[in-house]
Write a protein that binds this ligand. Structure first.
Ligand code: AMP
Length: 285
């Protein structure tokens, strides 16, 4: 497939999306921060499929500064625009918006989207303001693109629930599609941040998915107590040298902690492998 068209100016992007919409073309949108891997590409291929032959499959590549804390990895976040464009083309993406931050945020920017309850706890507790930045930029990208459907990965489970709550509460006319986590062959969830890992850290990082799969196996075996499942996973992570941020079994939509795992409950983990913060999650049977 051919290379996608690269658009830098959000206003031009918005105008072109409006034209496509007025022409009756279906629009599917995949927002990303770039440094694309097969997880991103699975979303893009699905966007291509959902847009249909006459529709538009769109992707955005934007390392959104407002979702990074002052001590986080904004400046060193990996970037590879030309490689990303080639991958987008192979996945069937028609157009890519890759704007400068100064084109996305007005110097006087002062409006924010705050999804309150579901943004608290888990990643929201250790990354204050993160989900406010995420919700705000996703709202802006939805307004710029006016898609029929926007696709997000279950890899970022809490983010997906924040976006669903925002769409529900603010009457946004868009379908949100959640897509399964794509993993490396050994189970590690694909992430742009995996590029930070040394060979030794890469081995330790495997403990996240292993701990989750092990908890899933225990739940299948009849262990329903969240505390027991969490303790087992935490011990496995710490044993592998991961500095645990959280291990929680939660209700999948509200993300409230549960005492007993029920079908659909989700186990979410976050931890530091060296300086790199990784997250993963799994549905409990
Ligand atoms: P990011 O570039 O990290 O902001 O991710 C962009 C989109 O890709 C988000 O909706 C993520 O949830 C999704 N994504 C990232 N990693 C994966 C993965 N391993 N499997 C599926 N989706 C993913």
């Amino acid at each position: 497939m051919s290379a996608p068209e690269l658009i830098r100016d959000p206003r031009e992007w918005q105008r072109r999306c409006r034209e496509a919409r007025q022409a009756g073309r279906r629009i599917a949108l995949v927002p990303t921060m770039g440094y694309l891997h097969d997880g991103h590409l699975s979303l893009m291929r699905e966007a291509r499929r959902r847009a249909g032959a006459d529709g538009l499959a769109l992707a955005t590549i934007f390392v959104n500064p407002t979702q990074f804390g002052p001590q986080e990895d904004l400046s060193r976040y990996p970037r590879d625009l030309s490689g990303d464009l080639a991958k987008c083309g192979q996945a069937g993406v028609d157009r890519v918006l890759a704007p400068e931050a100064s084109a996305v945020y007005h110097p006087l920017h002062e409006s924010w989207v705050d999804v309150t309850s579901v943004s608290q706890g888990l990643c929201g507790a250790s990354r204050p303001g993160h989900f406010r930045g995420v919700a705000t930029v996703v709202m802006k990208l939805l307004h710029l693109s006016h898609p029929d459907v926007a696709l997000f990965g279950e890899k970022d489970w809490q983010q997906l629930q924040v976006i669903r709550a925002m769409v529900r509460d603010l009457d946004l006319d868009v379908e949100i599609a959640g897509m399964p986590i794509i993993r490396e062959q050994d189970g590690l969830a694909m992430s742009s941040r995996n590029a930070y890992l040394s060979a030794e850290e890469r081995v330790r990082a495997l403990s996240l998915s292993r701990a989750l799969f092990e908890a899933g196996a225990r739940a299948r075996g009849g262990e329903r107590r969240a505390a027991a499942l969490q303790a087992g996973a935490r011990a496995a992570l710490e044993g592998a040298g991961v500095r645990v941020d959280y291990v929680e079994v939660v209700q999948p939509e509200t993300l409230r902690p549960v005492a007993e795992a029920a079908p659909g409950s989700r186990m979410l983990v976050a931890g530091f492998v060296g300086r790199t913060r990784l997250i993963d999650n799994v549905g409990l049977p």
